[in-house]
Design a protein around this ligand. Structure first.
Ligand SMILES: Cc1ncc(COP(=O)(O)O)c(C=O)c1O
Length: 343
């Protein structure tokens, strides 16, 4: 893989000062959150209570799907893969993603096969997905919505998977608030998993949410996160429950999501787009949640890359993924953090 030439390009266009990193939490929500935490503290219900239900209801509302809360993305991913039954099977994964994506399949006892991405959107390529699926006959596949928009090839990949009986799981860790022609991330495949890790568009410290239109998958996930309770312990789950303090924060944060994403969209449109002509371009009908703002020129004071090193290189898979290597070498992120002082 060639090394990136990380020299800032002088376009002659004046650029805004880079925003400092901040976790997206609006100070206007502090009193309400502290009040909720006080109520929980004084209650006798610190797990699996009304705040967990409310957090799930908020994500059902956000995505139009059934929602099951977890203590992190990994719990939701393992629950979905367990429902599908991937042990001893093949699972496709993009390589331009966080190691969590292929690792979840590996941890579930599957063989991971990587497929390439597109240069335009950094997400899974339909052409390479089909070629890889024809060769390896996977039972399931991951697609990752990298950077905050929905993968441009999602509809074609989802249609192909439906036709071939391949389960498709969407890694929505970056895609809070994203829509394509009105549809939320997680609604194209069989399930989607969101993360609420501190760098994410909204955070609860740790936390995850599985969304699905499949009631059996949702039922399985609820049991899986609780050692298989409710299934006569037939489902061999572990503890991936979310606690009530985290869930309450999730309710408050989800209510603020629209403001945060609107702010990011306006900042991208009004401040960053004029300064970065060589940027990732969104197709018609796509509303990115702008987890990241991606450009294809080296920049000074940037927020690095979405991923520096592709997963097939970390996991030492001897596979040629030219677009994935190209993306790793040729994209950069301009900071787009929701400012704390916005109250
Ligand atoms: C694409 C992607 N998938 C999965 C994860 C894992 O999420 P969590 O840390 O909540 O398990 C992350 C980041 O944290 C991610 O960026």
């Amino acid at each position: 893989m060639s090394e990136p030439q990380a020299q800032a390009v002088d376009t002659g266009i004046e650029r805004p000062a880079p925003l400092p990193f901040s976790i997206a939490f609006d100070p206007r929500d502090e009193e309400e959150l502290l009040g909720l935490w006080r109520d929980i503290l004084r209650s006798n219900r610190w797990s699996d209570g009304v705040h967990t239900r409310a957090f799930e209801a908020a994500w059902a509302d956000e995505t139009g799907l059934e929602a099951v809360a977890f203590n992190n993305w990994a719990g939701g991913a393992l629950a979905a893969l367990d429902f599908i039954g991937v042990t001893g099977e093949t699972v496709l994964s993009p390589s331009n993603t966080f190691l969590a994506t292929p690792r979840s399949a590996q941890w579930s006892g599957a063989s991971v096969i990587f497929y390439d991405c597109n240069r335009e959107d950094l997400c899974g390529s339909f052409a390479d997905f089909v070629e890889t699926a024809e060769r390896h006959r996977p039972k399931a596949a991951w697609i990752v919505h990298v950077g905050g928009h929905i993968a441009f090839d999602i509809e074609k990949i989802a249609a192909y998977c439906r036709d071939k009986g391949i389960w498709l799981i969407e890694d929505c860790a970056h895609a809070h608030g994203a829509r394509w022609n009105g549809r939320a991330a997680g609604s194209f495949g069989d399930a989607g998993i969101y993360s609420f890790y501190p760098t994410k568009t909204i955070s609860t410290g740790e936390g995850g949410m599985l969304v699905t239109a499949n009631p059996e998958l949702a039922r399985h996930a609820r049991s899986f996160r609780d050692y298989g309770r409710g299934s006569g312990y037939r489902i061999e789950g572990m503890n991936h429950r979310i606690d009530e303090f985290t869930a309450a924060m999730g309710v408050v944060q989800t209510r603020r999501l629209k403001d945060i994403v609107s702010w990011k969209r306006a900042y991208a449109r009004d401040t960053l787009d004029p300064a970065y002509p060589n940027r990732l371009r969104l197709p018609d009908g796509m509303e990115s949640g702008f987890y990241k703002y991606i450009v294809f020129d080296p920049i000074e004071g940037g927020a690095g890359k979405v991923y520096e090193l592709p997963c097939h290189r970390i996991m030492k898979h001897p596979v040629e993924l030219p677009n994935t290597d190209w993306v790793a070498a040729n994209h950069w992120c301009v900071p787009i953090h929701y400012p704390r002082a916005s109250s």
